[in-house]
Design a protein around this ligand. Structure first.
Ligand code: SF4
Ligand code: SF4
Length: 421
């Protein structure tokens, strides 16, 4: 197939990505519809278009027409589905981007175990190759390519902010050490909006006595290449971190409070780089839990009642569900679980790049109503999370609804309760 039109480009990209596992997923769907009620977008809209399985129709159609068993014969006999047109892709754009946070909650209830989130990600790569997708999301991805950061946190901006934060908070934040055991990365949401998170991480790493550094060669953990479907940007951002870690000889790369950044490096880094990574990757909650287990994290108790919002990419899809609870245990004296919680917790509604898509705002805020109810049922004063993207989504919901609860960062509350030696 020669990819001469946007539709042909997308089909070509879909088909080349369909291997045995994707084919098995696409063949396995029994159209039972059980995934619908697991999806927060369906939950708040009741719109059948928001059924997770329906979001996969373009990919499934391309598969059945071009790659499934007997596809050629079926095409000849007129039994294959119709070829995808650009109009189809445009009709599905909001389902692929605005109304999927790639949270993976639907997979938990799917009797066939279909990983819908990863298939949506695969479709995004086809859409992005065809130039079809939300312009604002594509723009922040391009910012990453041009400026090294989606929100304009260039190396110069980072250095200036670090100097300011070090002075303001009297904390050492090493940048560009020649050798370090730990490379810390940051999310541009933290750099530009929640810089106190960087201070908190620095205080914790210093408290642990680590030989650590930030690197101006590779500091940006946020990966809008992954979220937008722009694979070249995704690889570029990962390459910077990998090369920075290698250049300082890091044995460990710590990912900050950013969910998809963790998944990008931890689960796809080696595949995207085409080689094993010569260092360990840990989310900051995993790293802090390790320090606590080793007796290297002494905390004063916190009396405030708190509940924990599980970031999808850190709990359900990241596996660090219990690490956050271990960190909160003993320390948070009035910890209250929301329901559902842990791996079954509801998404904040802004993951997967959705927070950066203006056309998704109204529905995203409807999703926040689920979270407000969950927190209200616990009666907790504060909702703690470990993802800056969740935090900005939750902060936006709080401001929109003039909600009366606090929203805290797990790393920041821990740093605020350190018992200094
Ligand atoms: S991954 Fe999450 S947002 Fe996407 S369809 Fe499934 S439940 Fe909905
Ligand atoms: S729950 Fe699984 S099998 Fe059922 S419709 Fe959804 S994706 Fe298909």
């Amino acid at each position: 197939m020669t990819a001469e039109t946007p539709a042909a480009t997308a089909i070509d990209r879909f088909v080349t990505q369909i291997g045995a596992q994707v084919a098995a997923y696409l063949d396995a769907c029994v159209h039972c519809g059980q995934c619908a009620e697991a999806c927060h977008f369906y939950e708040v809209s009741g719109d059948p278009r928001h059924t997770p399985a329906y979001k996969l129709v373009p990919l499934a159609r391309a598969y059945r027409r071009h790659k499934a068993p007997f596809a050629r014969l079926k095409r000849t006999l007129g039994l294959a589905p119709a070829e995808l047109e650009e109009a189809d892709l445009r009709e599905w754009q909001d389902l692929i981007y605005d109304t999927c946070t790639m949270c993976g909650r639907c997979t938990m209830v799917c009797p066939m175990g279909i990983d819908i989130a990863s298939l949506v990600g695969l479709q995004r790569r086809g859409f992005a190759a065809a130039g079809i997708g939300p312009e604002d999301l594509f723009e922040v991805a391009e910012n990453s390519r041009i400026k090294g950061s989606p929100l304009g946190a260039t190396p110069k901006v980072l250095a200036e902010r670090i100097e300011w934060l070090s002075d303001e908070h009297e904390v050492e934040i090493p940048l560009d050490k020649a050798q370090a055991d730990v490379l810390l990365t940051v999310s541009s949401i933290e750099t530009m909006k929640y810089p106190q998170s960087i201070v908190a991480m620095a205080r914790l790493l210093n408290h642990a006595g680590e030989n650590w550094t930030l690197s101006s060669k590779g500091y940006e953990a946020t990966n809008f290449g992954v979220l937008s479907g722009k694979s070249d940007v995704a690889k570029l951002m990962l390459t910077k971190i990998v090369e920075a870690a290698e250049s300082v000889g890091a044995k460990l790369v710590v990912i900050p409070e950013c969910g998809h950044a963790y998944g990008a490096l931890r689960w796809t880094g080696a595949t995207m780089m085409g080689r094993p990574l010569p260092f360990q990757v840990m989310h900051i909650t995993e790293y802090l839990a390790k320090l606590k287990r080793e007796g290297r994290l002494k905390l004063k108790p916190m009396a405030k009642s708190v509940t924990y919002h599980d970031p999808c990419q850190i709990s359900r899809r990241g596996g660090a569900t219990e690490e956050a609870r271990f960190l909160l245990s003993d320390f948070a004296q009035d910890f209250r679980e929301m329901a559902p919680t842990g791996n079954a917790n509801w998404c904040c509604g802004g993951g997967g790049g959705v927070a950066a898509i203006a056309s998704a705002t109204e529905l995203r805020r409807k999703v926040f109503e689920i979270k407000m109810q969950q927190v209200a049922d616990t009666g907790a004063e504060s909702m703690v999370s470990a993802c800056a993207n969740c935090r900005q989504t939750l902060d936006d919901g709080k401001a929109h609804y003039e909600w009366d609860r606090e929203i805290d960062s797990l790393v920041e509350i821990i740093a605020d309760h350190l018992v200094e030696a």
